[in-house]
Design a protein around this ligand. Structure first.
Ligand code: ADE
Length: 243
């Protein structure tokens, strides 16, 4: 079964509206909806904002459902000039940029025994790229897709100095508040994961206003991309069954 997680209600509205719900369970104040979406059995969760919420939601989902992969989706602040509002980012690596043991000589974001970055599942990253090509191939002015490093921290970034630091220190292309926590929880449970984000703002001084005004549009792009991934999974399974 596929776990689908988003932080805010607006980020998962379209998923909820399109889900054929079979079962609903509330655990630790979070509601898990099992059902069918685009031919796939999924569990959908709104985790709430931030790394702690994302960690709890991911672990409880893995413990209570038969999860074999997790897709986290939602919005992110773009950190590179070639990303505009609505463009898509698929994380090939994630880092908790605010994990700080520099006092002990470690690098920013470095976890003992783990390192700085965790890799998203290469098969899911590839599938996301394929699904993007499939859904946007004949769409004029389609959003761009970038595969790159996403950094997560418990802070909404709206500061040009922070952007420069995140680029320089981590080579990051986008920042958000959950992806690396989901990645870590998946890593310790041996569950493949991918993070798919739509750019809502430039993480600059106007980021909060940009975020608010683009929340719904950017969430539509995330939904389109994740739906396309599920559709590709479904038609590949059907083609496999027919072969
Ligand atoms: N999610 C969307 N935009 C963001 C930003 N600028 N900082 C952190 N999380 C975000």
């Amino acid at each position: 079964m596929i776990g689908l997680i988003g932080a805010m209600a607006e980020e998962i509205t379209l998923f909820r509206e399109n889900l054929d719900e079979i079962e609903m369970k509330t655990i630790a104040r979070m509601t898990y909806r099992r059902g069918m979406l685009k031919g796939q059995e999924v569990v959908l969760l709104q985790s709430g904002i931030g790394k702690v919420n994302a960690t709890i939601g991911t672990q409880v989902m893995i413990d209570h459902f038969d999860i074999d992969q997790i897709i986290f989706t939602g919005l992110a602040g773009g950190l590179v000039p070639n990303l505009s509002q609505g463009d898509m980012v698929v994380a090939n690596t994630v880092t908790q940029y605010d994990f700080d043991l520099t006092a002990f000589g470690r690098r920013h974001g470095e976890l003992p025994d783990i390192g700085r970055t965790l890799e998203a599942d290469p098969r899911l990253v590839k599938l996301a790229c394929f699904a993007y090509d499939d859904s946007y191939k004949s769409v004029p002015n389609a959003p761009k897709l970038l595969v790159g490093s996403i950094v997560s921290g418990d802070r909404f970034v709206s500061d040009p100095r922070k952007i420069e630091w995140l680029q320089r220190e981590f080579g990051a292309v986008a920042t958000e508040m959950e992806g690396a926590a989901v990645g870590y929880t998946c890593f310790v449970n041996d569950v493949p994961f991918v993070i798919i984000r739509s750019i809502s703002d430039s993480a600059d001084s106007g980021a909060a206003d940009e975020f608010d005004s683009f929340l719904v549009r950017a969430s539509e792009n995330s939904f389109k991309m994740v739906s396309s991934i599920l559709e590709v999974m479904t038609y590949r399974q059907e083609a496999g069954e027919m072969a």
